[in-house]
Design a protein around this ligand. Sequence first.
Ligand SMILES: Cc1cc2nc3c(=O)[nH]c(=O)nc-3n(C[C@H](O)[C@H](O)[C@H](O)COP(=O)(O)OP(=O)(O)OC[C@H]3O[C@@H](n4cnc5c(N)ncnc54)[C@H](O)[C@@H]3O)c2cc1C
Length: 365
Amino acid sequence: MIIKKERFDIENYLDDASGLRSTNIDKVFIPENEKEIQEIVQECNSKNEFLTASGAGTGTVGGRVAFRGNVLSLERMNKIIEVNKEKKFAVLQAGVIVKEFLDEISSQDLFYPPFPTERTATIGGNISTNASGEYSFRFGSTRKYVRRIKVVLSDGRIVNLKRGQVFEKDGYLMVPETGIRFRIPDYVIPRVKKHSAGYYSCPGMDLIDIFIGSEGTLGVITEAEVSLIDSFENIFFCAVFFDDLKNATLFVKEIKNRQDLSENVLCLEYFDKNSLDFLRPAYSEIPSSAKECILFGVQLNSEDDFSIWDNLLTKYNSIENWLGNTEKDIEKLYSFRHKLPELINEMLRRKKQTKLATDIAVPEE
Ligand SMILES: Cc1cc2nc3c(=O)[nH]c(=O)nc-3n(C[C@H](O)[C@H](O)[C@H](O)COP(=O)(O)OP(=O)(O)OC[C@H]3O[C@@H](n4cnc5c(N)ncnc54)[C@H](O)[C@@H]3O)c2cc1C
């Protein structure tokens, strides 16, 4: 295990992508196995010292930023333990970097549906924030792909939580073999596709779900088993520029109202004029009259499907379309999408401002 104490060595652990910055912490523990994590947690617990779990620090709400006590970095817990192509699951240590995982499974023609946007994040960070990505319109966020997690609780006990084994009863959840029984929050979580605020809570919920999205407050996730699917082809992405909001809105409405279109959509996202203006210095090719942009991605069932989309673009008078149907061009459109939060974060860093960013989800009706 590595323990860092010197100011110079701990510098990189004092902030995250929000720009929220701590002035100091005592130590950064960098364990290499679960036993070391258990010892660190037990030691901090016995000394009553604070301990904050840290993934890659790409979080946007300061979750890994510790204002006192110690940080436990999962960076050396970075092994892909198993990829099971036949049964379509993978077992990973929590510090595995998303990009390395995606590359590994794609070489075996497999895909991880949450496809988290920030590829430098860790799997443990993704689970702790219930992260989502480019394809969340189709697949939703991380939660439903997590089959099992191993967690070191705050007293050092290790629990192996499998989905489908323990459910809420009479408002309580029990953690097996620990004697821990606790009341679930009594708020009602909104019925929206993406929801990451607060602890997950609903009648009949699975115990594992209170840990997913709990931002490291309930324990340190050391290992996870996640579901995979076969990778798929015939994808195209398109950034469609409009010069008025009405056409952009009607375009989206038609996609959402027509099952033959929406069932194949992977991504459907909106950039307003301010966002486009912010992107213009980096993308001078954005049409000067563009006021809105819809970025969408589709998995085509057959080559013929494409003409349906082509007709739709004509129907709603898009002023320009950036189409990507090769891996390289789709990657460019992912970058276009990613550039917006990146540029905003860069600007705020330059201005030494903090941005605790969060998404807002509204019910569809
Ligand atoms: C440009 C950009 C775009 C982004 N886009 C998206 C997006 O589209 N969707 C989205 O959901 N997020 C997005 N994010 C946010 C971020 O990438 C995710 O929140 C990511 O899951 C954080 O992972 P991390 O490893 O960096 O975690 P960190 O930032 O290190 O930690 C995040 C939280 O998880 C806890 N934690 C980390 N690891 C563990 C562990 N092993 N056990 C227990 N707790 C742990 C930390 O204590 C902290 O509370 C974006 C970030 C950036 C910079």
